[in-house]
Design a protein around this ligand. Structure first.
Ligand code: FEH
Ligand code: ZN
Length: 344
Protein backbone atom coordinates (compact mmCIF):
# COMPACT_ATOMS: atom_id res chain seq x y z
CA UNK A 1 0.00 0.00 0.00
CA UNK A 2 1.02 3.65 -0.40
CA UNK A 3 1.97 5.66 2.69
CA UNK A 4 3.12 9.24 3.20
CA UNK A 5 6.23 8.88 5.32
CA UNK A 6 8.75 11.12 6.96
CA UNK A 7 11.99 9.46 5.85
CA UNK A 8 14.54 12.14 6.89
CA UNK A 9 14.49 15.06 9.33
CA UNK A 10 14.22 18.58 7.89
CA UNK A 11 12.80 17.27 4.63
CA UNK A 12 9.34 16.98 3.12
CA UNK A 13 7.51 13.64 3.38
CA UNK A 14 7.65 10.98 0.66
CA UNK A 15 4.95 8.77 -0.82
CA UNK A 16 6.35 5.23 -0.55
CA UNK A 17 5.19 1.61 -0.87
CA UNK A 18 4.96 -0.28 2.43
CA UNK A 19 3.45 -3.66 3.39
CA UNK A 20 -0.13 -3.73 4.67
CA UNK A 21 -0.08 -4.09 8.47
CA UNK A 22 -1.45 -7.19 10.21
CA UNK A 23 -2.68 -7.08 13.80
CA UNK A 24 -0.80 -8.97 16.50
CA UNK A 25 -2.32 -9.77 19.93
CA UNK A 26 -4.17 -6.76 21.35
CA UNK A 27 -3.81 -4.80 18.11
CA UNK A 28 -6.36 -3.53 15.58
CA UNK A 29 -5.90 -2.56 11.94
CA UNK A 30 -8.23 0.10 10.63
CA UNK A 31 -9.07 0.94 7.05
CA UNK A 32 -8.37 4.66 6.95
CA UNK A 33 -11.27 6.91 5.98
CA UNK A 34 -9.36 10.13 6.46
CA UNK A 35 -6.29 11.56 8.19
CA UNK A 36 -6.10 15.26 9.07
CA UNK A 37 -3.03 17.28 8.16
CA UNK A 38 -1.99 19.30 11.20
CA UNK A 39 0.15 22.41 11.46
CA UNK A 40 2.35 20.65 13.99
CA UNK A 41 3.40 18.21 11.24
CA UNK A 42 5.11 21.18 9.59
CA UNK A 43 7.04 21.78 12.82
CA UNK A 44 7.88 18.07 13.15
CA UNK A 45 9.28 18.11 9.59
CA UNK A 46 11.49 21.08 10.46
CA UNK A 47 12.89 19.65 13.70
CA UNK A 48 16.63 18.83 13.53
CA UNK A 49 17.90 15.24 13.81
CA UNK A 50 18.43 14.22 17.44
CA UNK A 51 15.84 16.58 18.91
CA UNK A 52 13.57 13.58 19.53
CA UNK A 53 14.38 9.90 19.87
CA UNK A 54 11.73 8.95 17.28
CA UNK A 55 12.93 6.44 14.68
CA UNK A 56 12.50 7.16 10.97
CA UNK A 57 10.73 6.39 8.78
CA UNK A 58 7.16 6.62 10.02
CA UNK A 59 3.86 7.37 8.32
CA UNK A 60 2.43 10.83 9.06
CA UNK A 61 -1.14 11.47 10.21
CA UNK A 62 -2.05 11.88 13.91
CA UNK A 63 -5.75 12.65 13.34
CA UNK A 64 -7.17 9.46 11.90
CA UNK A 65 -10.60 7.88 11.58
CA UNK A 66 -11.79 4.87 9.64
CA UNK A 67 -13.34 1.44 9.99
CA UNK A 68 -12.15 -1.58 11.96
CA UNK A 69 -10.59 -3.88 9.35
CA UNK A 70 -8.82 -6.67 11.27
CA UNK A 71 -8.80 -7.48 14.97
CA UNK A 72 -5.93 -9.15 16.82
CA UNK A 73 -6.40 -11.90 19.40
CA UNK A 74 -7.50 -10.81 22.85
CA UNK A 75 -9.40 -7.72 21.65
CA UNK A 76 -13.08 -7.64 22.47
CA UNK A 77 -15.86 -5.08 22.11
CA UNK A 78 -15.06 -4.26 18.48
CA UNK A 79 -16.50 -5.60 15.24
CA UNK A 80 -15.19 -5.40 11.70
CA UNK A 81 -16.67 -2.35 9.99
CA UNK A 82 -17.17 -0.30 13.18
CA UNK A 83 -16.41 3.40 12.52
CA UNK A 84 -13.72 4.61 14.92
CA UNK A 85 -11.51 7.58 15.70
CA UNK A 86 -7.93 7.05 16.87
CA UNK A 87 -6.91 8.80 20.09
CA UNK A 88 -3.59 10.50 19.25
CA UNK A 89 -1.20 10.68 22.24
CA UNK A 90 -0.13 7.16 23.09
CA UNK A 91 1.03 6.70 26.70
CA UNK A 92 2.19 3.61 28.56
CA UNK A 93 -1.33 2.98 29.88
CA UNK A 94 0.01 2.07 33.33
CA UNK A 95 0.96 5.30 35.09
CA UNK A 96 -1.51 7.32 37.12
CA UNK A 97 -2.24 9.97 34.47
CA UNK A 98 -2.72 7.35 31.76
CA UNK A 99 -5.14 5.45 33.98
CA UNK A 100 -7.10 8.68 34.41
CA UNK A 101 -7.41 8.74 30.61
CA UNK A 102 -4.87 11.55 30.14
CA UNK A 103 -2.31 9.67 28.07
CA UNK A 104 -1.31 13.09 26.69
CA UNK A 105 0.52 13.58 29.98
CA UNK A 106 1.93 10.04 30.42
CA UNK A 107 4.52 10.07 33.19
CA UNK A 108 6.84 7.94 31.07
CA UNK A 109 6.38 9.79 27.76
CA UNK A 110 10.09 10.44 27.41
CA UNK A 111 10.86 6.72 27.59
CA UNK A 112 8.40 5.59 24.91
CA UNK A 113 10.41 6.56 21.81
CA UNK A 114 7.35 8.05 20.08
CA UNK A 115 4.40 10.28 20.92
CA UNK A 116 1.76 8.37 18.95
CA UNK A 117 0.62 7.28 15.50
CA UNK A 118 2.00 9.81 13.01
CA UNK A 119 4.37 11.08 15.70
CA UNK A 120 7.17 8.52 15.73
CA UNK A 121 4.90 5.48 15.02
CA UNK A 122 3.02 4.85 11.79
CA UNK A 123 -0.02 7.11 11.49
CA UNK A 124 -3.03 7.41 9.22
CA UNK A 125 -1.75 8.78 5.91
CA UNK A 126 -1.94 5.33 4.31
CA UNK A 127 -4.65 2.93 3.25
CA UNK A 128 -4.47 1.00 6.53
CA UNK A 129 -3.18 1.89 9.99
CA UNK A 130 -2.08 -0.45 12.77
CA UNK A 131 -3.37 0.71 16.16
CA UNK A 132 -1.27 -1.11 18.77
CA UNK A 133 -3.83 -0.86 21.63
CA UNK A 134 -7.60 -1.16 21.24
CA UNK A 135 -8.08 1.38 24.09
CA UNK A 136 -6.99 4.12 21.65
CA UNK A 137 -10.11 3.63 19.51
CA UNK A 138 -13.21 5.73 20.14
CA UNK A 139 -16.46 4.70 18.39
CA UNK A 140 -17.97 7.47 16.25
CA UNK A 141 -21.31 5.87 15.36
CA UNK A 142 -22.75 7.31 12.18
CA UNK A 143 -20.25 10.18 11.80
CA UNK A 144 -18.37 10.17 8.48
CA UNK A 145 -14.74 9.22 9.27
CA UNK A 146 -13.45 11.84 6.81
CA UNK A 147 -15.31 14.59 8.66
CA UNK A 148 -14.54 13.07 12.06
CA UNK A 149 -10.78 12.58 11.67
CA UNK A 150 -9.81 16.15 12.72
CA UNK A 151 -11.79 15.79 15.95
CA UNK A 152 -8.81 13.79 17.26
CA UNK A 153 -6.63 16.91 17.55
CA UNK A 154 -8.23 20.03 16.04
CA UNK A 155 -11.31 19.20 18.13
CA UNK A 156 -9.78 17.66 21.26
CA UNK A 157 -6.90 20.08 21.85
CA UNK A 158 -8.98 23.28 22.09
CA UNK A 159 -11.72 21.34 23.91
CA UNK A 160 -9.31 20.45 26.70
CA UNK A 161 -7.87 23.98 26.78
CA UNK A 162 -11.37 25.44 27.16
CA UNK A 163 -12.57 22.88 29.72
CA UNK A 164 -9.70 23.63 32.10
CA UNK A 165 -10.85 27.27 32.17
CA UNK A 166 -14.61 26.74 32.12
CA UNK A 167 -15.05 28.02 35.69
CA UNK A 168 -13.96 31.47 34.42
CA UNK A 169 -16.54 31.57 31.63
CA UNK A 170 -19.72 32.87 33.20
CA UNK A 171 -22.19 35.34 31.64
CA UNK A 172 -20.41 38.52 30.55
CA UNK A 173 -17.04 36.82 30.22
CA UNK A 174 -14.88 36.87 27.09
CA UNK A 175 -12.59 34.39 25.35
CA UNK A 176 -10.03 35.69 22.86
CA UNK A 177 -9.13 33.07 20.23
CA UNK A 178 -5.87 33.95 18.49
CA UNK A 179 -5.49 32.14 15.15
CA UNK A 180 -8.53 30.89 13.22
CA UNK A 181 -6.92 27.80 11.65
CA UNK A 182 -7.86 24.16 12.22
CA UNK A 183 -7.84 24.43 16.02
CA UNK A 184 -9.08 28.02 16.18
CA UNK A 185 -12.20 27.48 14.10
CA UNK A 186 -13.06 24.56 16.36
CA UNK A 187 -12.30 26.62 19.49
CA UNK A 188 -14.88 29.28 18.53
CA UNK A 189 -17.62 26.65 18.20
CA UNK A 190 -16.56 24.89 21.40
CA UNK A 191 -16.65 28.05 23.54
CA UNK A 192 -20.16 28.70 22.20
CA UNK A 193 -21.26 25.10 22.86
CA UNK A 194 -19.88 24.99 26.41
CA UNK A 195 -20.42 28.47 27.87
CA UNK A 196 -22.21 31.82 27.62
CA UNK A 197 -18.88 33.62 27.04
CA UNK A 198 -18.42 36.04 24.16
CA UNK A 199 -15.76 35.14 21.60
CA UNK A 200 -13.31 37.58 20.04
CA UNK A 201 -11.36 35.99 17.17
CA UNK A 202 -8.08 37.46 15.98
CA UNK A 203 -6.23 36.53 12.77
CA UNK A 204 -4.10 38.12 10.06
CA UNK A 205 -6.26 36.90 7.16
CA UNK A 206 -9.61 38.51 6.35
CA UNK A 207 -10.97 35.19 4.97
CA UNK A 208 -10.33 33.54 8.34
CA UNK A 209 -12.07 36.40 10.15
CA UNK A 210 -15.08 35.85 7.88
CA UNK A 211 -15.03 32.17 8.80
CA UNK A 212 -14.84 33.12 12.50
CA UNK A 213 -17.95 35.34 12.14
CA UNK A 214 -19.84 32.57 10.32
CA UNK A 215 -18.99 30.18 13.16
CA UNK A 216 -20.39 32.49 15.81
CA UNK A 217 -17.55 34.78 16.90
CA UNK A 218 -19.07 37.95 18.42
CA UNK A 219 -16.17 40.04 17.18
CA UNK A 220 -13.46 39.21 14.61
CA UNK A 221 -10.44 41.48 14.43
CA UNK A 222 -7.31 41.74 12.34
CA UNK A 223 -4.16 41.20 14.36
CA UNK A 224 -2.90 44.78 14.16
CA UNK A 225 -1.92 47.68 16.43
CA UNK A 226 -5.56 48.42 17.25
CA UNK A 227 -6.46 44.92 18.47
CA UNK A 228 -5.41 45.47 22.09
CA UNK A 229 -7.40 48.72 22.46
CA UNK A 230 -10.45 47.25 20.76
CA UNK A 231 -10.49 44.16 22.99
CA UNK A 232 -9.92 46.22 26.15
CA UNK A 233 -12.81 48.49 25.11
CA UNK A 234 -15.06 45.54 24.24
CA UNK A 235 -14.53 44.06 27.70
CA UNK A 236 -15.14 47.33 29.53
CA UNK A 237 -11.44 47.64 30.25
CA UNK A 238 -11.36 44.33 32.11
CA UNK A 239 -9.73 42.17 29.46
CA UNK A 240 -10.56 38.59 28.52
CA UNK A 241 -10.95 35.94 31.21
CA UNK A 242 -9.43 33.41 28.82
CA UNK A 243 -7.02 33.88 25.95
CA UNK A 244 -6.34 30.87 23.75
CA UNK A 245 -3.19 31.42 21.72
CA UNK A 246 -3.31 28.83 18.96
CA UNK A 247 -0.27 30.33 17.23
CA UNK A 248 2.33 30.83 19.97
CA UNK A 249 4.58 33.33 18.20
CA UNK A 250 6.28 36.38 19.81
CA UNK A 251 3.56 38.81 18.66
CA UNK A 252 0.62 36.57 19.59
CA UNK A 253 2.03 35.89 23.07
CA UNK A 254 2.56 39.63 23.56
CA UNK A 255 -1.01 40.31 22.40
CA UNK A 256 -2.37 37.63 24.75
CA UNK A 257 -0.55 39.12 27.74
CA UNK A 258 -2.00 42.56 26.97
CA UNK A 259 -5.62 41.49 26.61
CA UNK A 260 -5.91 38.94 29.44
CA UNK A 261 -7.76 39.93 32.62
CA UNK A 262 -6.86 39.87 36.30
CA UNK A 263 -7.36 36.24 37.46
CA UNK A 264 -7.42 35.22 33.80
CA UNK A 265 -5.88 32.33 31.91
CA UNK A 266 -3.47 32.79 29.01
CA UNK A 267 -3.33 29.32 27.47
CA UNK A 268 -0.73 28.66 24.81
CA UNK A 269 -1.52 25.82 22.46
CA UNK A 270 0.34 26.86 19.28
CA UNK A 271 3.86 25.59 18.67
CA UNK A 272 5.05 28.89 17.15
CA UNK A 273 8.19 28.93 19.31
CA UNK A 274 7.65 32.49 20.58
CA UNK A 275 8.81 33.86 23.91
CA UNK A 276 6.92 35.82 26.52
CA UNK A 277 9.03 38.06 28.71
CA UNK A 278 8.09 37.70 32.33
CA UNK A 279 8.42 40.26 35.09
CA UNK A 280 6.23 41.33 38.01
CA UNK A 281 4.25 43.71 35.76
CA UNK A 282 4.24 41.57 32.58
CA UNK A 283 0.74 40.22 33.22
CA UNK A 284 -2.38 41.27 35.16
CA UNK A 285 -2.43 40.11 38.78
CA UNK A 286 -3.15 36.41 39.26
CA UNK A 287 -3.28 35.77 35.53
CA UNK A 288 -1.87 32.29 34.89
CA UNK A 289 0.02 31.22 31.80
CA UNK A 290 -0.06 27.57 30.77
CA UNK A 291 0.68 25.39 27.81
CA UNK A 292 -1.58 22.45 26.98
CA UNK A 293 -1.02 19.38 24.85
CA UNK A 294 -4.01 17.39 23.40
CA UNK A 295 -6.57 16.16 25.97
CA UNK A 296 -7.82 12.95 27.59
CA UNK A 297 -9.54 10.04 25.88
CA UNK A 298 -12.77 10.74 27.81
CA UNK A 299 -12.64 14.34 26.57
CA UNK A 300 -12.31 12.95 23.04
CA UNK A 301 -15.51 10.97 23.64
CA UNK A 302 -17.21 14.24 24.68
CA UNK A 303 -15.91 15.96 21.53
CA UNK A 304 -17.40 13.13 19.44
CA UNK A 305 -20.74 13.68 21.22
CA UNK A 306 -20.65 17.40 20.38
CA UNK A 307 -19.95 16.55 16.73
CA UNK A 308 -22.82 14.04 16.71
CA UNK A 309 -25.11 16.77 18.08
CA UNK A 310 -23.99 19.09 15.25
CA UNK A 311 -22.46 21.57 17.72
CA UNK A 312 -18.93 21.12 16.37
CA UNK A 313 -18.52 20.97 12.61
CA UNK A 314 -14.97 20.89 11.28
CA UNK A 315 -14.58 22.57 7.89
CA UNK A 316 -12.74 19.95 5.87
CA UNK A 317 -11.02 20.00 2.50
CA UNK A 318 -10.29 16.59 1.02
CA UNK A 319 -7.01 15.76 -0.69
CA UNK A 320 -6.04 12.37 -2.14
CA UNK A 321 -2.88 10.80 -0.72
CA UNK A 322 -1.03 11.69 -3.92
CA UNK A 323 -1.70 15.40 -3.19
CA UNK A 324 -0.85 15.40 0.51
CA UNK A 325 2.27 17.49 -0.03
CA UNK A 326 0.12 20.11 -1.78
CA UNK A 327 -2.14 20.18 1.27
CA UNK A 328 0.85 20.86 3.54
CA UNK A 329 2.01 23.57 1.14
CA UNK A 330 -1.42 25.26 1.30
CA UNK A 331 -1.23 25.08 5.08
CA UNK A 332 2.25 26.60 5.11
CA UNK A 333 1.00 29.50 2.93
CA UNK A 334 -2.01 29.97 5.21
CA UNK A 335 -4.45 29.60 2.30
CA UNK A 336 -6.54 26.77 3.82
CA UNK A 337 -9.72 27.46 5.74
CA UNK A 338 -10.34 24.76 8.34
CA UNK A 339 -8.67 21.38 8.05
CA UNK A 340 -7.11 19.45 5.17
CA UNK A 341 -8.02 15.76 5.37
CA UNK A 342 -6.03 13.23 3.39
CA UNK A 343 -8.32 10.56 1.95
CA UNK A 344 -6.36 7.48 0.85
C1 FEH B 1 1.77 17.26 17.84
C2 FEH B 1 3.11 16.97 17.95
C3 FEH B 1 3.92 17.72 18.77
C4 FEH B 1 3.38 18.77 19.47
C5 FEH B 1 2.04 19.08 19.35
C6 FEH B 1 1.26 18.31 18.54
C7 FEH B 1 -0.18 18.71 18.42
O1 FEH B 1 -0.66 18.56 17.14
C8 FEH B 1 -1.07 18.15 19.45
O2 FEH B 1 -2.07 19.10 19.54
ZN1 ZN C 1 -1.78 17.98 15.62
Amino acid sequence: MKALQLTAWQQGPELVDVPEPEPGPGEVVIKVGGAGACHSDLHVMEWPPGLLDWKLPFTLGHETAGWVHAIGSGVDGLREGDAVLVYGPWGDGRCRTCRLGSENYCEHASELGAAGGGLGRDGGMAEYMLVPRARWLVPIGDLDPVEAAPLADAGLTPYHAIKRSLHLLGPGSTVVVIGVGGLGHAAIQLVKALSPARVVAVDLAEAKLDLARRLGADLALPSDDEAVGTIRGYTGGRGAEVVLDLVGSDPTLALGAKVASVNGHLTVVGLGGGRLEFSFFALPYECSVATTYWGSVTELMEVVELARLGKLVIQTHRFPLSEATAAYQRMREGSLEGRAVIVP
